[in-house]
Design a protein around this ligand. Structure first.
Ligand code: CDP
Ligand code: MG
Length: 135
């Protein structure tokens, strides 16, 4: 099914100069960029984005990390784009993130894990509106 999903290249991806490398991974799997922008995300936006994680031990560190510099928000479109982007990203638990995935190849910490991708059709719809209200 043709789907759209939200991917974020988190601030460490930008700082480490991995934007091109990361974008290439989705393009290789034939996802197509529909929209892309650089954002300095504020607390309100990030709290809304990560509302399911409010109260978790890592929540404050996660939001500080996401506010630590500019990030890249991307709308990708393609066949099964939602699941595909998550496979390309790799497991959340860094010890399980396989080589060949973005996290498996470039991240060494479960918090500082370079990328976000929507986890379901409902999340994708919500997150696309949140990050691209102008569309
Ligand atoms: O990003 P993903 O959907 O794979 O994972 P999540 O469970 O929705 O968690 C959101 C983000 O919180 C992760 O990408 C990590 O940056 C962070 N996190 C963390 O720091 N420690 C955990 N135990 C779980 C998640
Ligand atoms: Mg998630």
């Amino acid at each position: 099914m043709l789907e759209k999903t939200l991917v974020i290249i988190k601030p460490d991806g930008v700082k480490r100069g991995l934007v091109g490398e990361i974008i290439k991974r989705y393009e290789q799997k034939q996802l197509v960029i529909k929209s892309i922008k650089i954002v300095n995300a504020d607390y309100t936006l990030l709290r809304e984005h990560y509302y399911e994680h409010i109260g978790k031990s890592y929540f404050n560190e996660l939001l500080n990390y996401m506010m630590s510099g500019p990030l890249i928000a991307i709308i990708w479109e393609g066949e099964n784009a939602i699941k595909l982007a998550r496979y390309i990203n790799g497991d959340t638990n860094i010890e399980k993130a396989m080589p060949g995935t973005i996290r498996g190849d470039f991240a060494s910490n479960t918090t500082y894990n370079l990328v976000h991708a929507s986890d379901s059709a409902e999340s994708a719809e919500r997150e696309l509106k949140l990050w691209f209200p102008e569309l």
